[in-house]
Design a protein around this ligand. Structure first.
Ligand code: ZN
Length: 252
């Protein structure tokens, strides 16, 4: 047997501030709302950053962009109150549109320097068969920002960069992952998660929402069985050192 150097999996629940970065308004809550509510209950400050304007997902074609944007923000605020989100920020890139990876990465680094989170939660960009470019681009930009945010030759905003004094990010947690290494017991926060998901009226018909809630519930029960509880959410949690040239990340 050869000795193995294993980087320990960081503990998200010992974080002080988790920045939850999502492509669309509802991704955090649909995939990890129970986990995020449990973090908030444990005294962790949770902040959301949404990369796109999410306008393509609004089902009422008769609304103006301003009306649709107002509805999305209303829904997200209602959901955030259920989960315990302390602040919401938006980058406003065009949903399912053309925008630049490096611009998104720069903006994410700017928010990391401004908000100084010690843990990141985001979407897994390495999910096989994921076709939505907003999901892939956001997850990749967040992952790279998480290893580059301390490199001050990468410029963001002059004032933000000048004020930034450096800090540590302990780890990154991915949802919508095909390779979970952690199952979070969300039994205590399951109802609040589903209330939050139910707040996204602008993007789901009543019928589609009922199907979504049912499908989520089935998966949460399936993951709960693996964890030995009623409901759970799966995550892939990695140390930031796993995000570059690590052959262990895939098995961690
Ligand atoms: Zn999405």
């Amino acid at each position: 047997m050869s000795a193995k150097f294993i980087i320990p999996k960081p503990d998200m629940f010992s974080a002080k501030r988790v920045l939850c970065i999502q492509p669309h308004y509802d991704d955090n809550d649909i995939a990890a709302g129970g986990t995020i509510a449990a973090l908030a209950d444990a005294g962790v400050e949770v902040i959301y950053l949404t990369v796109t304007d999410d306008l393509v997902g609004v089902i009422d074609d008769n609304l103006t962009e301003e009306e649709a944007a107002a509805l999305l923000k209303r829904d997200q605020a209602e959901a955030g109150a259920c989960i315990g989100v302390s602040a919401q920020y938006w980058l406003g890139y065009p949903d399912a549109g053309k925008y630049d990876y490096h611009d998104v990465r720069r903006d994410i680094i700017r928010y990391i320097r401004m908000l100084r989170p010690d843990f990141i939660l985001t979407i897994d960009p390495f999910l096989p068969y994921e076709a939505h470019q907003d999901h892939v681009l956001t997850g990749k930009a967040v992952s790279e920002a998480t290893i580059l945010y301390g490199m001050m030759r990468l410029k963001t905003d002059t004032q933000v960069d000048a004020a930034y004094e450096g800090h540590e990010i302990a780890g990154i947690a991915y949802y919508h992952t095909h390779a979970p290494n952690t199952y979070i017991d969300i039994t205590a926060t399951h109802a609040r998660k589903h209330a939050a998901v139910g707040a996204y009226h602008a993007q789901f018909s009543d019928e589609d929402m009922a199907m979504l809630q049912y499908a989520l519930d089935m998966k949460e029960q399936e993951y709960g069985e693996r964890q030995g509880c009623q409901y759970a959410e799966p995550l892939k949690i990695l140390h930031t050192r796993h995000l570059h040239c690590s052959t262990d990340a895939v098995i961690s």
